[in-house]
Write a protein that binds this ligand. Structure first.
Ligand code: IMP
Ligand code: MG
Length: 181
């Protein structure tokens, strides 16, 4: 085990198995529909890449980038679009793909924004859900795993732009990030 990792919460195999299940479910639910997965940069990239390949129906992919917490790992609650969609999503079925839902503020903002573009439907697929931290209610349609209130890294999740390339999801040692999440 690396010295900066407290504990592995989800192994590569556990994640892969769950992503396969989610892919099957989504393929069933959206059969015959014009589906586009919208990943939230950068954290959702790793999950989206794996999920996309487990979807057996035609589907597009696109990305949005929003301002992140920065180094302090704290939610400012202020969200700003840094990169908008390239595709026109009007009348299409949009599935927002997120790495982790924490306060819910990011999703609430993005969902309001996307709804105003007259999409055919809008749903959310998140790999991780940290329900204990929610500040605003958001409906999550597909959830990979519920996780405890710990600061997590790996499989796309970062601390200060590091650890995204870990193949598993782990709890970061408190002395690395300063103890607040
Ligand atoms: P929310 O707006 O508070 O729901 O923020 C969700 C975003 O915060 C996610 O897309 C992540 O980028 C980030 N985030 C929340 N919890 C963690 C964590 O435990 N580790 C790394 N990033 C996190
Ligand atoms: Mg994110």
């Amino acid at each position: 085990m690396r010295s900066d990792i407290e504990q592995v919460l989800l192994t590569e195999e556990q994640i892969a198995a769950r992503v396969r299940e989610l892919g099957k479910e989504i393929s069933r639910d959206y059969a015959g529909k014009d589906l586009v997965l919208v990943g939230i940069l950068r954290g959702a990239v790793v999950f989206l890449a794996d999920l996309y390949r487990q979807i057996s129906i035609p589907a597009g992919m696109d990305f949005v980038a929003i301002s992140s917490y920065g180094k302090e790992a704290l939610s400012s609650g202020v969200v700003r679009i840094l990169k908008d969609l390239d595709e026109v999503v009007e009348s299409r079925h949009v599935l927002l793909v997120e790495d982790i839902v924490d306060s819910g503020l990011t999703l609430q903002y993005l969902m309001d924004n996307l709804r105003s573009r007259n999409v055919a439907s809008l749903r959310v697929c998140t790999l991780l859900d940290k329900p204990s931290r929610r500040q605003v209610p958001v409906e999550l349609d597909y959830v990979g795993f519920q996780v405890p209130d710990e600061f997590l890294v790996g499989y796309g999740l970062d601390y200060s732009q590091r650890y995204r390339n870990l193949p598993y999801i782990a709890v970061l040692k408190r002395d690395i990030y300063g103890g607040h999440s």
